[in-house]
Design a binder for this molecule. Sequence first.
Ligand SMILES: [Zn+2]
Length: 328
Amino acid sequence: MKNTITVGTASAPAGGRARGIISVNTLANGDTVALPVHVVNGASDGPRLWINGALHGNEFNGVIAALQFVQTIDPATLSGAVIVTPISNTLAFFARSRFSPQDDGNLGESYPGSPDGSITKQIAFHHFREIRANADYLIDLHASGVNNNSKSYSVLKYVGRPETEKRAVDLLMANGIHLNCGVDTLGENDEPVPLAGSLDLECMKLDIPAFMLELGHARRVEHAVVRSAADGFVNSLRHLGMIAGEPLKHADQVLTKARFIVRCSKAGLVVQACSPHDQVKAGEIICRVFDPFGDLVEEVRAEKDMFIISLKDDCVANPGDRVAFGAA
Ligand SMILES: [Zn+2]
């Protein structure tokens, strides 16, 4: 007999669904801090897939995609369980900001959290306690920064656990994203933000296969991005054997080994020479920099064969500014 699954106040019997909250604490004005949670408990046994959104409060595409997806799942025909926390940093979400305004906390660097740390660390603690008890796989939904011209891509952090990494890669590919970026968390890397304390990394350390999907752009709801993300979740369920149907195989998907920043050395006006997800060969031009009279002052070229993750979204550049984010 399959068990009831309880996450926070949401208790779903086998073949049923529930919604509730994961309680954290109370703010100075009496507002409660609590994460909404959906639990869909399948009628038969299988893996438990946790989908998390809005760990950064201004990244909206994943919130909408996760909510649209969870409504469509029929627990009667599901094997295993789907758990969704669509808005994990409710404080940042309310402020439409990346971090929590109360303590300037980045939930993305706060895991596994602390029950008596600042409020963002407390959110991480209560969230992660439920994840480690209830998740066999985790998909963490993000979006590219507001100053980037980007297409959806993914990030998978290698932690020296090959079996977990293999299962994570296989699930990642089922999501159908073209450009997938591996990151070595043990060796050298040129990551733009600290990796320590990220949710997917902490899951991987516990052998819960996990990765981040960077869905479109922050501060926007992009309907084509939302639709393709939700399609990817359905294909993930097929891949894990949680619903009937053969998983779609996606052609020509790329899995790179590292991400890195490309900078200009001269000041001026940047005009891009390529687009997100383009493959650029060593020596090819990524962008050109012009002075205020329109004369060319720099050609920024690829130092090695690479894929373009994202490009600077405006044309104003100072020396050393990031003009592109690449992967190879
Ligand atoms: Zn994010």
